[in-house]
Write a protein that binds this ligand. Sequence first.
Ligand SMILES: *Cc1c(COP(=O)(O)O)cnc(C)c1O
Length: 400
Amino acid sequence: MKLTTQEQPRIYLSPPHMSGKEKAYIEEAFATNWIAPLGPNLDAFEQELTVKVGAAGAAAVSSGTAAIHLALQLAGVSAGHTVFCSSFTFVASANPIRYLGAEPVFIDSEPDSWNMSPVALERALEDAAHRGKLPRAVLVVHLYGGLTRMSEVMALCGKYNIPVIEDAAESLGSTYHGRQSGTIGEFGIYSFNGNKIITTSGGGMLVSNDTSALERAKFLSTQARDVAIHYQHSRIGYNYRMSNVLAGIGRGQLQALDERVAARRRIFERYREALSCHDGIAYMPELPGTFSNRWLTAITVDEAVAGVTAADLVQALASENIEARPLWKPLHMQPLFQDASFYSHMPDMSVCEELFRTGLCLPSGSAMTDNEQNRVIATIHYAIDHAKRRSILDRHKPAL
Ligand SMILES: *Cc1c(COP(=O)(O)O)cnc(C)c1O
């Protein structure tokens, strides 16, 4: 079943979108020979992002994953500790927990934000307190740009004196009661991977109000060199600093962030309006008081009402050369983490398992044209209408 017979150009889920201002910064790096993981672009990118999000400081690193690895160490996580982590996320949120020899405990989503359930978190904390093994940190993920009830998460963690790390890899530009995501907990991390809302091709940033912790992050990310002319080292370090060339891309990208957020939100609203004629499709909610960058338009499909599954739509879109993806497979369902504990939102109901079963992301790149988005919308209309017609035909088939 195909809508078009001719091969159409591919529509990607979330491709990079240059502002045009990046090249000048890169050329400056070349002209001054600052082709190093240090230099004026790096300092300026950190400074500009710090101002943009309203943190006290920032450390630019080679990836969002590296930023999480550093944040966990600064929070005091080491071998044998546990870290609570959202289950509904990409594997990069939890891998660094294992790098440190610590164990993740996964927390379900709640239905109202699709992000970390304060109800499940509270149960997990009570359990841990009871067993005398509180987590060393709580890693809360703002998936697809949405934020959970952060005041409840912060209050619960405050009660037990546990630092909160925000994985804001997908949520740069999102806010919670006016505060930028990533600046609410003790540490926040952003990613500038190629598919994120702004990109340096690859890169990440750690932000915090604890400037001495950020100094420590820079020390750790440059091989942990002690203050000495000769090379002296007292602990293990990493080669995690962002390059001055890539920071130049980041500076040009950051200037376009507000436009990118506006474009992604516009794309989300356009999908919602165009698909409103179909029952059984639901959209990732935005909690009151929160503002999502709508990094990806995430929807769920109720097969009983819509007549198609999320997987049917992914397949229909693929046949039109359009990239769509199921929602992230929860980490507690991954073979990698089969031994990890999981706290569901309700004792007998996992929200993120249901989201994974019924959800998908639609192409949401900020450079997507109306015509491209129309192709996505038309394909979904066609797939749903086709399924409806087939089920009517099936019902009228003469019984044998
Ligand atoms: C992209 C992403 C990361 C990792 O960022 P990298 O820069 O690719 O290392 C971490 N967490 C989430 C939720 C992400 O989407």
